[in-house]
Design a protein around this ligand. Structure first.
Ligand SMILES: [Zn+2]
Length: 239
């Protein structure tokens, strides 16, 4: 059994991994591929290992905004499959790449069999809640350029971990919940400073250190929070 690159899968005990290996499929997600619809039953759980999945919130008025990203550090359906078994949002692949997939039923079997996976999923929920709270503050207080820089860095870190992000300006506008013209202006400023360049639906980061300097403080805050949650031990509710 090779070491999984997905953090949740990697947490599963080797004996449990071996038991569920025949139930898992290694697949490639295409950019724009819809994996889950809002209001529908969660039938599969996806563990990205290179692919990046976007969580899309649709308003009653029809507008859509991306409200989260799922990369190697998480999974689509990791807790919904064990709770309501319904999805409250649409999910689609933002960045093409590899992922593991298994049916929700098999996932529930693995979740029941693996105390280590349950601990990892609980930590993942804590991370998502921490991010959601931080992003409310970020959206209220930080500039689009600073949020854009942070979002590009976080998308790279959670997917291919390289310097080129396959994302159009339309995708970035949806990630930030702003008009495309607003994103275009922010990208132009970063391009003018030699920090990145865009071509054929890709963002290439030329000077990562300058992009990090341009990103808002939320990136460092969340990195520290994630490290603290990852490092924390498992505690019994009885202790
Ligand atoms: Zn911020």
């Amino acid at each position: 059994m090779s070491r999984r690159q997905n953090w949740l899968l990697n947490a599963v005990e080797p004996a449990v991994q071996a038991r569920f290996e025949p139930h898992m499929r290694h697949i490639r997600l295409s950019r724009g591929q819809v994996l889950q619809h809002a209001g529908q039953q969660v039938s599969r759980v996806y563990f990205p290992e290179g692919a990046l999945i976007g969580v899309i919130c649709a308003l009653a008025t029809g507008e859509t905004v991306q409200t989260g990203m799922i990369g190697w550090d998480g999974a689509l359906g990791a807790f919904e499959a064990c709770g309501t078994r319904q999805s409250a949002f649409q999910a689609e692949a933002l960045v093409e790449g590899e992922a593991w997939a298994m049916t929700a039923e098999d996932y529930r079997g693995m979740y029941d069999a693996s105390p280590a996976l349950r601990t990892a999923v609980h930590k993942y929920v804590e991370i998502l809640l921490t991010e959601a709270r931080q992003f409310v503050a970020c959206n209220a207080l930080h500039t689009v350029e600073a949020r854009l820089s942070r979002s590009i860095l976080e998308a790279l870190e959670r997917s291919c971990d390289g310097s080129t992000l396959p994302a159009t300006q339309e995708t970035l506008a949806q990630m930030l919940g702003v008009q495309r013209t607003t994103v275009t202006a922010a990208i132009s400023a970063l391009q003018a400073g030699g920090v990145l360049r865009t071509a054929r639906g890709q963002i290439e980061v030329l000077t990562p250190a300058e992009l990090e300097a341009s990103a808002c403080i939320c990136r460092e805050t969340l990195q520290a929070a994630r490290a603290q949650i990852y490092a924390a031990g498992a505690f019994s509710c009885d202790s």
